[in-house]
Design a protein around this ligand. Sequence first.
Ligand code: KIV
Length: 265
Amino acid sequence: MTKKVTTSTLLKMKEQGQKITALTAYDASFAKLFDEQGVDMMLIGDSLGMVLQGSDDTLTVTIDNIAYHTRAVRKGTQRSFVVADMPFMTYSTPEQAFINAGKLMAAGASMVKVEGGDWLLDTINALNQRGVPVCGHLGLTPQSVHVFGGFKVQGRTDMQAEILLDHAKALVQAGIQLLVLECVPTGLAEKISKAVKIPVIGIGAGPKTDGQILVMHDMFGISANYMPKFSKNYLEETGDIREAVKSYIQEVQNGTFPSELHSFD
Ligand code: KIV
């Protein structure tokens, strides 16, 4: 029996300087394939609103959508660590967060992910106390796309960078055990990754984070009409789904992905 990846495994990987590989997954077949190739972590992301449902953003996704796909991913997974996204407006208060996180943990998640900074501190602490591990998400948090005025790189000014660093430290203090950093400059992502003891997983955050995550549809080059700058089409390079995943894992582990081409200043 393969040893399951846990929060302790991920922490040890950070401590030993071993890069963590992660992909989004939404069904049992892809989850099994990713698991067999050795992907360390799978996220049932609310990106499913865009890549599965065809929406313009992630705001249309419901807790039942994520629970449904989490059940499927869990069935295909033996080794990988499974994280499920809490959708828009499902964790506005700690009480609402308990009920909805409970649904995702019951569906098979080993951790839930929430987007945002210091307004979440009480919620994170309360979820932890009730046995729910939490992943934070800072930088370009897609549920706030209308506040940002579009999908834009965050943390480019000194003041924004300082706020993001402070929020990362505060979230860790409140109890998050993993942090996703999305679309921030490479230098800031490196600073945050060094400042916190927990693993930081980047997407559009340069090569200096403790691991990388991509949306699977972007990694296979099949997202409708769009390929983000920070992603790479591994299927085009390899011509085979399993080889594409292997190549992604190798490049993350040996530090060649993301290159400067896929990163922001
Ligand atoms: O929803 C998602 O897929 C995500 C990743 C982009 C990290 O949050």
